[in-house]
Design a protein around this ligand. Structure first.
Ligand SMILES: Nc1ncnc2c1ncn2[C@@H]1O[C@H](COP(=O)(O)OP(=O)(O)O)[C@@H](O)[C@H]1O
Ligand SMILES: [Mg+2]
Length: 331
């Protein structure tokens, strides 16, 4: 057994971080134990020493440089946060949108380089277009591509619960942007301005929209601000000028409809599907409807026969979706 003195010396060298001394003390111990005939203990000590000397495994962080933030309690009712895994490659986008979104991601990744030349990466984006074309999903994809948290602004929390203090709540959000870089999503922003003409409380709605425009204009944070609207025509022209890029979403073409169906049905046998006629059937449906119809068709196929999709599955599911969205938009 090692003496009390040896133990103290061992601990001392460890506390001081003196690895050389620590190793030589352990070697000494191993030699003494061997001399006393304790071959097993001596071998154990030598082995431990070998392990200690080999390079340590590096700590691997699962996230990027931004730590997982939590939302302060005063923000919890108006801001929710998560880290999306969505990427732009998970989306079906026309060439123009694909190019423009990739460009924005590229600018953000290179924002240091741009800054050193007195330039700013664009970060105030307005996405317009019909429902179900991927505007909300784009905010997730931008966060996913840049490994940033997505902060979703709960507009209804601002408008209904805190009607009188909406501007104060908006300020909290714009303050948060300075503290926490991320993608800040103001989804369906028309809620802020749309009712202005019909609403009784015209003054209040006007004030909220004006504060939003003011905050947007004054904002010099590094945050990426994504606002979306399904009703471009309801928005004030003044709002458009405050954004650095306006991205227009459209219902998918036949080619993109096929791309969407094929993306969703990747893991199924689609060798018998006639894509052209299916795309014609799906004309006028949004990406969201098409994805959902593909899923309906796959569910039916599995229950009826197995993972082989037929035209009849798809055409039936598409017709059902079309009826569903008519009901939704008339209701
Ligand atoms: N362009 C797209 N590419 C792939 N999937 C899409 C696309 N657009 C919509 N989707 C699917 O439909 C869902 C709803 O779309 P969303 O982004 O909420 O549409 P929007 O915000 O334009 O109304 C998405 O979560 C996704 O599953
Ligand atoms: Mg949306």
């Amino acid at each position: 057994m090692p003496s009390a003195q040896q133990i103290v010396a061992l601990i001392k060298s460890h506390v001081r971080g003196d690895e050389e001394r620590f190793y030589s003390l352990v070697l000494q111990l191993a030699a003494e134990e061997a001399k006393r005939g304790h071959a097993v203990v001596a071998e154990q000590l030598r082995e431990l020493l070998e392990q200690a000397k080999s390079p340590r495994p590096r700590v691997v962080y699962s996230h990027g440089p931004v730590p997982v933030p939590s939302v302060r309690s005063d923000l919890a009712t108006i801001l929710s946060v998560h880290y999306p895994k969505t990427l732009l490659s998970n989306m079906v986008l026309d060439d123009d949108l694909k190019t423009r979104l990739s460009r924005i991601v590229h600018e953000q990744r290179q924002r240091g380089r741009l800054k050193s030349h007195g330039l700013n990466a664009r970060r105030k984006l307005l996405l317009t277009g019909p429902p179900g074309t991927g505007k909300t999903m784009t905010a997730s994809a931008l966060a996913g591509e840049l490994d940033l948290p997505l902060f979703s602004v709960l507009l209804h929390g601002i408008l209904t619960k805190f009607m009188g203090e909406a501007a104060a709540k908006l300020r909290l959000i714009f303050d948060a942007m300075i503290e926490m870089r991320g993608v800040y999503l103001f989804d369906e922003i028309d809620a802020l301005g749309a009712k202005r003409d019909s609403d009784n409380d015209v003054g209040e709605a006007r004030r909220i929209l004006n504060s939003f425009l003011q905050f947007l204009e004054q904002d010099h944070s590094d945050a990426i601000i994504v606002a979306t609207t399904n009703h471009e025509s309801l928005l004030d022209r003044a709002l458009f000028r405050r954004f650095q890029a306006i991205l227009k979403y459209q219902l998918p073409s036949a080619a993109l409809t096929i791309e969407a169906l094929q993306m969703r049905l990747q893991s199924f046998d689609v060798s018998d599907v006639d894509w052209q006629t299916t795309a014609i059937e799906a004309r006028g449906l949004s990406h969201a409807d098409i994805m959902a119809a593909a899923e309906d068709a796959a569910r039916n196929a599995i229950l009826d026969r197995g993972p082989k999709i037929l035209d009849s599955d798809l055409h039936g599911a598409i017709a059902a979706r079309r009826n569903q969205s008519h009901v939704d938009s008339n209701g």
